[in-house]
Design a protein around this ligand. Structure first.
Ligand code: SF4
Length: 425
């Protein structure tokens, strides 16, 4: 059977779809790169914003339009609106998030193999770079109650995967030739607490670094309140990528309170300072919501001022999107769309400035790049694209394809891809 996978949204969704692809492949099926060639299409949907929900529906419609066989919809949007998903063309089944880990085994009537990940042993999914990086889901769900968040509604309570199972995945991925492991979860920083309250994500990271020869270990999004000062001593091991994604959401204490975030601007800044005390040029990136209900012009300016003070290396900006089923959707003082749009543009401009400033500091410096993809150039040579540990996107021209290799590269200029470099080894 030919199977096509599509996913939208977070890295967790991506890691889940990778696992499913590995299971189908292991059972003897073929993963194809076009929905039109597929007997079965699985779409992992997202509901984090109304735009993400709309994109999820669009992906399903596109697959049906291309003539896909049957379609299975799973993920957050399909879990929240299963009937709407079933009503879309071609959708024969909706698998709720709670049953997602058994989707493949139930479909194929085989024993679940949910921890058997073989990122190398299959064709890449559209747009992915799986031969270099493996996204490993180590945790699902969340026990917090951020008032804007539909993800916790769709994913349920926090559940961690045991250390031994995560380690088995890590070993499989490394055996498959992967150079970088990315740990993902809905609430990654809570890993372990539901297994044993003395366990912390730190224990998982330490074990991976101690017991494997992983070249790079990257952490996806971490809630700032999960990290203590001692967490940052982990970066004494240079294999841990110098990149922290810490969702701030707002730089205003008043709005953070309305969002029920367990932090304040002061506490957030302390975490940033603790991190920078250990790794001065740590790339600190974030997520921001602008136009949250009750965000006056003054509070928005407060938020902008705090963002400037932190001086982020980058970030994702979302205009507030009222998701039915969340507390914030029913809050008073909703902000008109035109204002949300204007604030979003202003916040994006500020982040663009900070990103440019962060990247400028690397011009002329030599960095280590893991090359993820290559494009053969007309005539001869390759245009390679890759990432540094601190998430700088680098492109370079080389005589040979360097995919999945790490080289020292001197950053020479800004480019349409991010930054240009020249190999020095
Ligand atoms: S920490 Fe907040 S934003 Fe993150 S998943 Fe949990 S409830 Fe949602």
């Amino acid at each position: 059977m030919n199977v096509y996978f599509d996913t939208i949204g977070c890295r967790l969704n991506q890691s889940e779809i990778e696992m499913m692809a590995a299971q189908f492949r292991k059972a003897g099926h073929i993963v194809v790169d076009d929905a039109g060639k597929a007997d079965l299409v699985i779409v992992n949907t997202c509901a984090v914003t109304s735009a993400a929900a709309s994109d999820s529906r669009q992906k399903i419609r596109q697959a049906a339009h291309k003539g896909a066989g049957q379609i299975i919809a799973t993920g957050c949007w399909a879990t929240l609106e299963p009937q709407a998903a079933l009503n879309l063309p071609g959708v024969e089944n909706v698998v709720l998030n709670e049953n997602k880990d058994n989707l493949v085994s139930d479909f194929l009537h085989i024993t679940p193999l949910i921890f058997d990940l073989e990122p190398l042993a299959r064709e890449p999914l559209p747009g992915d770079h799986l031969r270099t990086r493996a996204f490993l889901k180590v945790q699902d769900g969340c026990d917090n109650f951020c008032t804007f968040c539909i993800t916790r509604v769709a994913r349920g309570k926090g559940v961690s995967r045991p250390l031994t199972e995560v380690m088995a995945d890590v070993m499989n991925a490394l055996d498959g030739g992967v150079k970088e492991i990315v740990l993902t979860g809905v609430h990654l920083g809570s890993w372990g607490k539901d297994i044993d309250h003395t366990l912390h994500l730190r224990d998982l990271i330490e074990t991976i670094l101690k017991e494997t020869n992983v070249q790079r270990l990257r952490l996806s999004s971490l809630e700032p309140w999960d990290l203590g000062e001692s967490f940052f001593s982990l970066w004494e091991d240079s294999r841990l990528c110098q990149h922290l994604h810490l969702p701030l959401q707002s730089g205003s204490a008043t709005i953070l309170k309305r969002m029920a975030r367990k932090t304040t601007p002061e506490k957030y800044m302390r975490i940033v300072q603790d991190a920078r005390a250990v790794v001065p040029d740590m790339a600190i990136t974030t997520d921001m919501i602008v136009g949250f209900p009750g965000e006056t012009d003054e509070l928005f300016e407060e938020s902008m001022a705090f963002v400037r003070q932190v001086n982020f290396a980058g970030g994702h900006i979302f205009p507030f999107s009222a998701r039915p089923g969340t507390a914030a959707a029913n809050y008073d003082q909703q902000i008109p769309k035109a204002i949300r749009k204007r604030r979003s543009a202003a916040m994006r401009a500020l982040f663009a400035e900070m990103t440019h400033q962060y990247q400028s500091a690397y011009l002329g410096k030599t960095v280590e790049v893991l090359w993820e993809s290559g494009e053969q150039l007309p005539g001869s040579g390759w245009l390679m694209k890759g990432l540094t540990g601190n998430y700088l996107r680098i492109a370079t021209k080389t005589p040979i394809n360097l995919a999945n290799q790490v080289t020292q590269t001197k950053i020479t200029a800004f480019s349409e891809h991010g930054l240009n470099g020249e190999n020095t080894n």
